[in-house]
Design a binder for this molecule. Structure first.
Ligand SMILES: [Zn+2]
Length: 410
């Protein structure tokens, strides 16, 4: 069995699901099971400076430079996250490797859960290859244990093969990425890399350095509750006020009507009654100017309605969440993209540069002083029971990581 597959299958069987809204760090204690295993394996393979930050559940390690005396290279970091999405269970993951010859893949005959060609046309690219699938009861956890397994395999190969020349490489494994807290306690200074890559993307060849600018907008609506029988000209129903507010926003600027570089407003949750309603919106746009415009417009809608009703019924609590890392990558750190493209081409992979319609830990790290684009892992259909990964893609991703290490040592 290939090393990366062996590691991958070992890691996905360890349940590391993170939990939304937890007050502890990490959000779930079980993430430590993988963290301590990785620290152990890094020590066993001869990595240096292996640090398992038990308090926050981060693992760091160094692969020392083997450059000839007098030669220097920038320190390159590779980072992936150990947790899996709260969306679907990661308990008792039961992966299966399928030699794919085309057609549908029955994941679970009993429950009639099928990965169909019709819904997954990209399956056609994998005919003749090997796919790792679930038994339909859980997610697979390729997000991001594919990244973890690839980094660990790269580390092992760089440490054991003296012919692979590289500068100092730093490795970081993080908890709680899926609940938005992956880099809250990441020690950027201690990590000490000049540049880094997160290995947390999807299909083979994907390379990402543009993500959304993101904000959360809590819309708080204070209505006026009166008995419905005597409410005429008195009641102000906060539910209807929420609807009125939503109707002011551009109809087509929502997630289900946008893609590529198109931004949106998205009411993500709503709670309340006649008296009081809270709507949590998220606002997204790749372009900073349009992002600022969207936020201004949102506030103007509240002002407009407050003026209409002659009292402050609408309050907006607006907070930026993260920004587009592009401004930290281009132009001065374009080498991160150039080298990733070269590394892919040398591994026989065609790079596809795509804007992320979300954020990455690398986006936050980029603004914490560590420029950090995102590399593919070879997994697809993340966060669900139809998640799968291609064995040959995992192997190519290991090649890509090794090639990047080599390119920075040139
Ligand atoms: Zn991920």
């Amino acid at each position: 069995m290939s090393t990366v597959l062996d590691k991958f299958l070992r890691y996905v069987k360890i349940d590391t699901q993170s939990q939304d809204g937890a007050t502890t760090v990490p959000s779930t204690d079980k993430q430590r099971n993988l963290a301590s295993l990785l620290a152990q394996e890094l020590n066993d393979m001869g990595a240096q400076d292996v640090v398992y930050d038990k308090a926050h559940c981060y693992v760091y390690a160094t692969i020392p430079s083997n450059l000839p005396e007098g030669k220097t290279a920038p320190v390159i970091g590779f980072i992936s996250h150990m947790d899996t999405s709260p969306a679907v269970s990661g308990e008792n993951v039961n992966p299966r490797v399928v030699a794919y010859e085309g057609g549908d893949i029955v994941l679970n005959a009993e429950k009639n859960i099928v990965l169909t060609e019709k819904e997954n046309p990209e399956l056609a690219h994998f005919v003749g290859k090997h796919l790792i699938v679930t038994d339909g009861n859980t997610l697979l956890g390729a997000d991001d244990k594919a990244g973890v397994a690839e980094i660990m395999t790269m580390a092992q190969e760089l440490l054991s093969n003296k012919n692979l020349v590289h500068g100092k490489i730093r490795i970081g494994f993080t908890p709680d990425e899926e609940v938005g807290c992956g880099v809250d306690f990441f020690d950027v200074e201690g990590f000490g890399a000049d540049y880094a890559y997160t290995v947390d993307g999807g299909n083979l060849g994907e390379l990402e350095y543009e993500n959304f600018n993101a904000a959360g907008a809590k819309l708080i609506i204070d209505g006026h509750s009166v008995h419905p029988g005597s409410a005429k000209n008195k009641m102000l129903n906060a539910i209807l006020l929420a609807q009125e507010f939503q109707n002011l926003l551009p109809v087509h600027e929502n997630p289900s009507a946008t893609d590529g570089y198109e931004g949106f407003y998205h009411p993500d949750s709503i709670t309340g009654s006649v008296d009081h309603v809270v709507v949590d919106y998220i606002i997204r746009d790749h372009n900073m100017e349009k992002f600022e415009q969207k936020k201004r417009f949102f506030l103007q809608c509240a002002d407009f309605l407050n003026a209409k009703y002659g009292k402050k019924l609408f309050t907006v609590d607006l907070k930026d969440s993260y920004y587009n890392m592009k401004e930290k990558i281009l132009p001065e750190n374009a080498h991160l993209i150039d080298n990733a493209v070269r590394a892919m081409e040398e591994a026989g992979v065609t790079p596809t540069i795509v804007p992320i319609r979300g954020g990455t830990d690398g986006a936050r790290l980029s603004f914490m002083g560590l420029p950090c684009p995102n590399l593919c892992t070879g997994g697809l259909n993340y966060h669900g029971r139809y998640e799968y990964a291609c064995v040959e893609s995992l192997e190519s991703c290991v090649e890509i990581l090794k090639n990047i290490a080599a390119l920075y040592a040139e």
